[in-house]
Design a protein around this ligand. Structure first.
Ligand SMILES: CC(C)(COP(=O)(O)OP(=O)(O)OC[C@H]1O[C@@H](n2cnc3c(N)ncnc32)[C@H](O)[C@@H]1OP(=O)(O)O)[C@@H](O)C(=O)NCCC(=O)NCCS
Length: 254
């Protein structure tokens, strides 16, 4: 399989990394990223930010081995999506949430990733209404089991956010433009003509997080290569990485 057709997804459970791992990720950051990290008062949020941004730089250098992790420069798209500065054809997106950082890297196609820690207190009907259509809300509220309802809440959230991050609009676009069915989990509306242009994979990781990755189909069908990162050096070496592909399922359209 050609590297260009692969979406590389790197997932780092941040609480299982050591302080020296964190320092190695921090060493890749530029001044702007460092000062953004310094402004985060909560130690956990600071750790997750540092690991996500360090992991991103290492993942980019895994694709372009002639560029040092610290040498990457970024610019922002119209709605703030970070992009590699320069004509590399390489695309990426990152996410960080309590206890998890993840980065997706692709070539010649847009990609978006979102992960959320499944905090049960977040999964309220009022919050669901901010991103769910009325049909989705009805389907969610019909789930009797609280834990199951919370899982569906975060599955919907991460799917929608990963798609909106892939397009680069983020929440400048309305999550209500996307409508999903819960059983089986599938997307049946996305704007006027966006259905069929995307591929989406979703997973639950360690019972604590939901994660979704969206990638544009472009000229050729993309494949997901997902791995868990257990040390910063493992990103460039290709080891130690633990394959996660089996935990991801592709989300159907229609
Ligand atoms: C992009 C966005 C969806 C991220 O939400 P989040 O759940 O807080 O954060 P995540 O950890 O999943 O992702 C954050 C990363 O997404 C990336 N990102 C930022 N803007 C993005 C965009 N428009 N599209 C895709 N990715 C984006 C950045 O790398 C960011 O990392 P950083 O904040 O550490 O630099 C959200 O911030 C957004 O929609 N921003 C643009 C719109 C906006 O600012 N609206 C505010 C008023 S309407």
């Amino acid at each position: 399989m050609d590297d260009c057709d692969c979406i590389d997804l790197y997932v780092a459970p941040t609480t299982s990394l050591t302080l020296s791992d964190e320092a190695a990720f921090a060493a890749c950051l530029d001044d702007t990223e460092r000062s953004r990290a310094d402004r985060l008062r909560h130690a956990g949020a600071r750790r997750d930010f540092i690991i996500a941004h360090g992991l991103c730089r290492l993942a980019l250098s895994q694709r372009r081995r002639d560029i040092l992790p610290s040498a990457w420069r970024f610019q922002r798209g119209t709605h703030g999506k970070p992009e590699v500065d320069g004509s590399f054809g390489i695309r990426f997106n990152l996410t960080h949430t309590e206890g998890l950082a993840a980065v997706a890297v692709a070539e010649q196609r847009e990609v978006g990733v979102d992960a959320e820690f499944m905090a049960p207190e977040m999964a309220t009907p009022a919050t669901a209404a901010t991103f769910c259509t009325s049909a989705e809300l009805q389907a969610l509220l019909a789930i009797k089991d609280d834990a199951e309802r919370a899982k569906c809440f975060f599955a919907l959230w991460t799917l929608k956010e990963s798609l909106l991050k892939a397009t680069g609009h983020g929440f400048f676009a309305s999550p209500h433009a996307i409508e999903c069915r819960l059983d089986p989990f599938s997307v049946h509306r996305f704007g006027n003509d966006e259905l069929g242009k995307w591929r989406i994979w979703a997973a639950e990781l360690g019972g604590l997080h939901k994660l979704a990755v969206s990638a544009a189909l472009a000229a050729r069908t993309p494949h997901l290569r997902a791995c868990r990162i257990t040390s910063p050096s493992g990103v460039l070496d290709g080891k130690p990485r633990i394959g996660l592909d089996a935990q991801f399922s592709e989300v159907a359209f229609g």
